[in-house]
Structure formats: C-alpha cells, structure tokens
Design a protein around this ligand. Structure first.
Ligand code: AMP
Ligand code: MG
Length: 351
C-alpha cells in the first residue's frame, strides 16, 4: 500500500485541507494524525472492518480495546449507557483534553472496538487537527497510538513514518505533539472511579473535581508481578519498549551517576553500544556511551515530552544497553515512571 503523507500547520488548518483524510476515514481506511498526547492511528470506530485494519496495521492483540475519539458531548448519549454524573463533571473539567474515561457501552459500539468488553473508552482530544478531523468526518474515530504494538508511542510524524509507512492510507504530519505521553485513563463504571493509566491529568487534578479516587494496583506496582492483572487490558503487554535493554537506576543523584558510569564503562569495554538518559543536572557527569539530555528534573513536562523520542533515537543508533536515572513518582512523574518501568521490563537497580 502507498501511504500518502501530508503536512498541515495545526495553527492554520485551511478549509479543504482535511478533505481527503475525511474521505479515507468515511470509506473505512486508516489515517494517522497528531493529538495533544501522541500520534493516533484513526479509523471509523463503528465500522468493524475498519477496526480490524487497525489491529492488523499495528500488530495489536485483538483483546486490547480501542479508545473512541469524539468531538461533541452529545456523543456520550449515543455511545454509553448509564453515564454517571461524574462523567459529565470530568468532561466539563478536562475535555477537550488528555483524559480518557471508561463507560458502559451502548448497543451501537461494536465488540470489535472494545476487545469484547461491555465497556468503552472515550476521549475528546483538544489538538486542532484531531478535533477537526473527527468533526468533519462526523464519526467516532477509534485511534490507538500510531506505533507498531509494543514500540514506544510516536510523538513526531517521523516516528509514525518509521512504523506505519506502507501499512496505512495516510499520515498527517502536524509536527511534534505537545504532551508526549498517552492519555490518563479513568474507569468510572464502578462506585469509586479507578485510575487505570497515569498521564498528564494527574490524580490530584482529578480528585480536585470528583473527590477521592482509587488507583489500579498495576499502576502502583514497581515490580513485574504476574498475579497483578491490570484492568486496562493494554497495560499487560510489554510496552513502550526500545530494542536495547533499558535499566533504571534509583537512589541519590551522586550514587546513581557513579553506578551508571561504572556499568556503562564496563559494557562499553565489552564492545557494546551504550546509551545514557541524563538530566540537565547530571549531563556533564557522564563519561561513557552516547549521553542524551532529557531535560531538567524540575521540568517534568519536558521529560515527558522527550522520553519516547529518546528511546526511539537509541533504537535507530543500534544502542544495546540503555541506562537511565529515575524520576519522582508523584504528579506527572507517576506517568513518566509508569512508562519507563514498562519500557525497562521492570529492570531497576537501587543504589
Ligand atoms: P492506546 O490507544 O494505544 O493508548 O491504548 C488504549 C488503552 O486503553 C489500552 O491500554 C486499553 O487497554 C485501554 N482501554 C481501552 N478500552 C478499555 C476498556 N473498555 N476498559 C479498560 N481499558 C480500556
Ligand atoms: Mg498504545
């Protein structure tokens, strides 16, 4: 398949610029587009054949449900049943934006989009291209991250091209995304809302709107524990993973730098290609391998934004062993550490 790549300026979308993408989606084709979180791989979410194509293009396990993207609140009435009041409160507070909510699904949502579940994940994205595309298609767009299953999510059009060129109909290049981590997911089908995946919208931000929420055990776990089955089916797969072996070092800054320098030096000596993820504060202290700067410890937005790009660039360079410092695990750091731990297959060393 030939993949058409078009460039669109998110701040200045021309009136007919999305026409072809809209037509492809209406015909059941696949279009990758930027959202504020990561690039999504879009298809008509109510068209079973179109959803099937998403699974095929990504190599995604069929029990891993899709998120339906909407552009108006009225969609909740059509796609869900028994939408609780807090659904509307959270929508009011965070939509359009990087929050996905799980609802009981209505009849019109096919099981092909929900991995066979009776619940459905819904989000209203704020990115102008994503929003306009959904609005103009007048459909509910299923859009998982536009990467091959298991690889780091795409935060730039180049990443989508790496994974999806030749597999989908169109890629809309709208530049780098703003956030760089997938949406926060919260399940509101039970008596107490449960956080299933941490993201840019943090627990304290949600609790400020709806009061105390619970956090799925799988989110809090810092070890690989087969007895903990995550409530978001997708969270059980190896994920966000670079090809090289990533190891996280935690402890006080000085000890971490010393330990990483030691192991990186040893691996380099053995002839391996070594990479280090450093912060602005420690960048100059590393002496081996390729050292990449992820940003200042005090600027979690930048760390979140650069994480997947750095993991992918180590892949491109054929890096075999990657070492990273660890980050605070509150606020946005909770989402950063969640992705890092999964990318590392829970390889973590405490010094
Ligand atoms: P992605 O779109 O690639 O970011 O992945 C979507 C995530 O949402 C996966 O982790 C799914 O398991 C999760 N998800 C989608 N629908 C549901 C649902 N009905 N219940 C729980 N998790 C869901
Ligand atoms: Mg994904």
């Amino acid at each position: 398949m030939k993949t058409k790549i078009i460039k669109i300026d998110s701040d200045n979308i021309l009136p007919d610029q999305l026409e072809e993408a809209v037509e492809i989606l209406k015909q059941g084709g696949l279009v990758a587009f930027p959202t504020e979180t990561v690039y999504g791989l879009g298809a008509d979410g109510l068209n079973k054949e179109a959803s099937r194509k998403i699974y095929e293009a990504k190599g995604r396990p069929s029990d891993n449900p899709l998120i339906l993207h909407i552009a108006h609140l009225g969609a909740l009435k059509e796609l869900t049943i028994d939408c609780p009041e807090i659904g509307y409160q959270l929508a009011e507070a965070f939509w359009p934006g990087p929050l996905t909510m799980i609802f009981h699904k209505s009849e019109i949502v096919p099981y092909s989009a929900t991995g066979g579940l009776d619940t459905v994940a819904i989000r209203m994205p704020s990115h102008p291209i994503a929003y306009e595309l959904i609005r103009q298609t007048r459909a509910y767009i299923a859009a998982p991250s536009a990467n091959i299953s298991g690889r780091p999510s795409p935060t730039k059009a180049e990443h989508v091209i790496e994974d999806m060129d030749g597999r989908i109909d169109m890629i809309i290049d709208g530049g780098s995304v703003e956030i760089g981590l997938e949406s926060t997911i919260i399940d509101i089908t039970g008596p107490v809302p449960v956080l299933l995946r941490p993201g840019y919208i943090t627990v304290p931000m949600i609790e400020a709107v709806v009061g105390k929420i619970a956090v799925d055990k799988a989110v809090l776990s810092t070890i690989s524990d087969p007895s903990i089955v995550p409530k978001a089916p997708g969270m059980k797969y190896k994920h966000y993973a670079p090809k090289g072996q990533l190891t996280i070092y935690e402890g006080n800054n000085e000890a971490v730098v010393q330990a990483i320098n030691k192991i990186a030096g040893e691996k380099q000596e053995e002839g391996y290609k070594v990479g280090i993820i450093a912060t602005d504060e420690t960048f100059d202290a590393y002496s081996y391998g390729t050292v990449k700067r992820i940003g200042s410890r005090s600027d979690e937005d930048t760390i979140a934004n650069r994480l997947f790009d750095i993991l992918r660039s180590f892949d491109k360079e054929g890096t075999e062993f990657i070492y990273t410092e660890s980050f605070e695990s509150n606020q946005l750091g909770q989402a950063i550490m969640n992705r890092l731990l999964k990318a590392a297959g829970y390889h973590k060393v405490t010094v």
